[in-house]
Write a protein that binds this ligand. Sequence first.
Ligand SMILES: [Zn+2]
Length: 282
Amino acid sequence: MKLIIGIAVLLGLVASGAAAKAEEQDWPPPAWTEPVAPFRIADTVYYVGTKGIGAYLVTGPKGHVLIDAGLAESAPVVASNIAALGFDIADVRYLLISHAHFDHAAGLAELKRLSGARLWASRGDKPALESGHNEGRPELPPFPAVTVDHLVRDGEMLRLGPVRLRALLTPGHTPGCTSWEMRTGGHRYIFACSLTVAGQKLTGDPAYPDAAADFRKSFAKLERRQADIFLTFHAEFFDMKEKRARLAAGDADAFVDPSELPRRVKDAEQAFAREVEAQAAE
Ligand SMILES: [Zn+2]
């Protein structure tokens, strides 16, 4: 019996070792930094991220807002995407951040330098942004620290000429995970922070003891929201590639789907429940 368990453990180790190696070779995924041509999603909202990591430019006559920055090496890509669309990065007045992990926040310092914009972030993620350490994920690579200029409160409205973005704190993935809502051109937008369990301990983590409770509150909060256009910060989590192809083929409403937010939240909730169970069984 012992031998069988021993072999199983060994096989398990070998298998996970191989998987880890394959992951290592491909990590961070090349798509995260691979450039793609920027494009208008709809109205005044543009995709300026990379193939795998979302960054959004919300434009207006009094200046623009940039949401998320991608990896450090993506900052010049985001900057050149903004220029390619005909906008001046010096007109970006505000930088917003979904959450303080390197794949979204590492480019902030450089984009802040290039634009001179003010960075708005929530209290929960400020320490990570200002230290360059990934919130709750010490194994992730550190990133250039960046100063937060304004602490965002739940429900707070950013106003820039006609541009209005409302903060919706949706912690869980990190303590300061922030989603943003906006209305323009007859569409309700949501820029949703990540809803996945980030390889984190959901209960009993001294660095973030309320993670599980926060996730549950954020799911409940998002279930009460409505959006015509659901955007988030990993391209595969909102089928960016497929929608973009439909947009290019002439479907101006390719990104419009009021059923997407509730569907994505439900999927995330189910994945979260499975993770809670798996962690309880450990
Ligand atoms: Zn993350």
